[in-house]
Design a protein around this ligand. Structure first.
Ligand code: HEM
Length: 541
């Protein structure tokens, strides 16, 4: 009884302290109320639900840009003011110029999904982890992965032909799970030296089975209460959150069960790799082996601890697997609706293969892949149009003034070119809206048109992003460490797919929407159950 009373007392005290802190911080804050923005929505979730769980990703972003501008005042949960922006200079300032001055406020969500790895770490801890991980993502390291990407994609092509076509000329196939199996095998071997054998055996492995439909189960159809609860987690002590997460509640349980399996598999891989290393057989070129070796040569003070290694693996598994599969799925979706680009890429592959043969090479090199301008333009345009992480959130670690490249009209009609903010200001950066800005990409920014990357007319004033000035991989100290890995893998996959199949839309009136399932996921409009899928008609060539 005493302990229950103590818990109630402690809970009320913590709640009151949190409320007092919230009120004080809001009273002190520089106001952003002068900025235009949508009506505030409910006190509980404000405009957050429109961004986190819309019917279709982009519903809110595209409407807000048209109605109010590129830098707005929106409402976060519990009436909190939030700065929403798609402005190039603002994004560049926050990601590139400001180092670690803009922190990630949603770390509990990241921890639930990925563990305390690189995506989760902050400040000096992040810088240390990133420094150790960088060599594993160097160009030299990645070049060695190309044959593996190619072989994995080839295995999938052969399996598709054997199992699905069985003599038929064409078939309607949901290509999304196939691309996911390819990237699962690829991340297994390249990142961990581990064979999931997913293309051959499907989702039989423990990890693949635990991951199946995770994102849809955990992130589709979220209620306002679920969105609000996640925000409460950010404001209460971490030990309490961990206690709550152990409760067998649907979404939490799904995430916790998955992460438990991912940790077990990661530990198993580390044990096997360590045993190999102890036997003097540590020549493996996978990311984790490179990381372990890099770690061994570090000053003991800056090394990754044993507890830090496992979360890097659970992070790489998730960050490096479905991200690439989904982007490749979107590329095939767009190509199925643009047959002229399929043909141009096939011609390009043929010419590049002929040139490689002439010089005596049997396979294409990384330089060959990069010389294929049409393929690259299709990939860039797909990454622009379908940033699978459409929104990133940050919190200012100090008072600051955020510069804007697109001047904004305030509610009183004043034109401003910067926004003063206070420490603690919540900020939402719409990568999706930036990627569709006519000011950056031209008047037809809302259309999928790869020519824009071939015409040589794009000259954005503000340089942003690690690849083609896109916001898709984020940028700066927290930019995607795996962007080159992803680009190379997608090049290899798309080449194999396009050489072997022609893609066209499925029969009937199937409309694909930008589905909200954690990542931007293709879904069929009007489907009874929201699930990621991309049916396409495939003709064997
Ligand atoms: C098309 C594919 C991909 C996209 C669109 C993508 C996108 C992103 C984005 C937007 C971030 C920033 C996240 C944040 O700030 O919270 C990020 C970070 C990260 N990505 Fe990727 N990613 C892709 C592929 C990959 C691959 C293939 C790997 C690894 C093999 C990877 C590993 C990571 C890691 C470890 C981070 C954290 C970096 C840090 O905080 O230092 N990603 N990615």
């Amino acid at each position: 009884m005493l302990s229950i009373n103590f818990q109630v007392l402690a809970g009320s005290l913590l709640g009151s302290l949190w409320l007092i802190r919230l009120v004080i911080s809001r009273v002190r804050r520089r106001s952003i109320n002068h900025l235009a923005g949508p009506p505030p929505g409910s006190w509980l979730v404000g405009n957050t639900a429109a961004l986190i769980s819309p019917k279709e990703i982009g519903d809110a972003d595209f409407f807000w840009i048209k109605e109010y501008g590129t830098t707005l005042h929106v409402k976060h949960t519990f009436g909190e003011d939030s700065l929403w922006t798609a402005d190039p200079k603002a994004i560049q300032y926050i990601f590139n110029t400001s180092g670690y001055n803009y922190l990630k406020p949603n770390r509990i969500g990241v921890e639930m999904l990925l563990g305390r790895g690189l995506v989760w770490a902050e400040g000096s801890q992040h810088a240390r982890q990133r420094k150790i991980m960088n060599p594993a993502f160097s160009f030299t390291a990645l070049r060695g992965f190309l044959p593996l990407f190619r072989q994995t994609a080839q295995r999938a092509v052969n399996k598709l032909k054997d199992d699905k076509f069985a003599g038929a000329e064409n078939k309607v196939i949901n290509i999304m799970p196939w691309l996911s199996l390819i990237t699962l095998d690829a991340i297994g071997e390249t990142a961990f030296g581990y064979q999931f054998d997913a293309v051959q055996k499907g989702n039989e492995s423990k990890l693949a089975a635990a991951y199946e439909n995770l994102m849809t189960d955990a992130f589709s159809n979220r209620s306002d209460i679920s969105v609000a609860i996640e925000q409460i987690f950010e404001r209460i002590p971490v030990w309490l959150v961990h206690l709550i997460l152990r409760l067998p509640i649907g979404r939490f349980k799904r995430l916790c069960d998955y992460l438990r399996v991912a940790r077990e598999v990661a530990q198993d891989i580390v044990d096997k790799q360590t045993a190999l290393y102890m036997d003097g057989k540590e020549g493996s070129k996978d990311v984790m082996s490179i990381l372990v070796r890099a770690n061994l040569s570090q000053d003991p003070k800056s090394k990754l601890s044993a507890e830090e290694i496992i979360p890097q693996m659970t992070t790489l598994f998730l960050a490096g697997h479905d991200t690439t599969a989904l982007t490749s799925t979107w590329a095939i979706h767009q190509l199925s609706r643009h047959p002229e680009f399929q043909q141009r890429i096939r011609d390009e592959i043929k010419a590049t293969r002929a040139a490689a043969r002439d010089r005596g090479d049997t396979e294409l090199t990384v330089a060959d892949l990069d010389s294929m301008k049409c393929l690259l333009a299709v990939m860039k345009e797909t990454l622009r149009f379908h940033p699978i992480v459409p929104l990133l959130v940050r919190e200012a670690a100090r008072d600051d003034i955020i510069p804007l490249s697109i001047p904004q009209k305030t509610k009183t009609g004043e034109i401003i070119t910067s926004v003063p903010i206070s420490k603690g200001q919540h900020i939402e950066l719409s990568l999706l809206a930036y990627n569709r800005l006519p000011e950056v990409w031209g008047p037809d920014a809302d259309q999928w048109r790869p020519e824009r990357f071939l015409e040589g007319t794009l000259a954005p004033e503000t340089s942003l992003g690690v690849f083609a000035n896109l916001a898709t991989f984020s940028s700066g100290v927290r930019g995607c460490i795996g962007w080159r890995f992803a680009v190379l893998e997608m090049q290899a996959i798309l080449i194999e797919m396009l050489e072997n199949f022609e893609f066209s839309p499925p029969p009937g009136d199937v409309e694909i929407i930008l589905g909200p399932a954690g990542f931007m996921t293709p879904m069929i409009k009007g489907a009874k159950e929201p699930k990621g899928e991309l049916p396409v008609t495939m003709t064997a060539l």
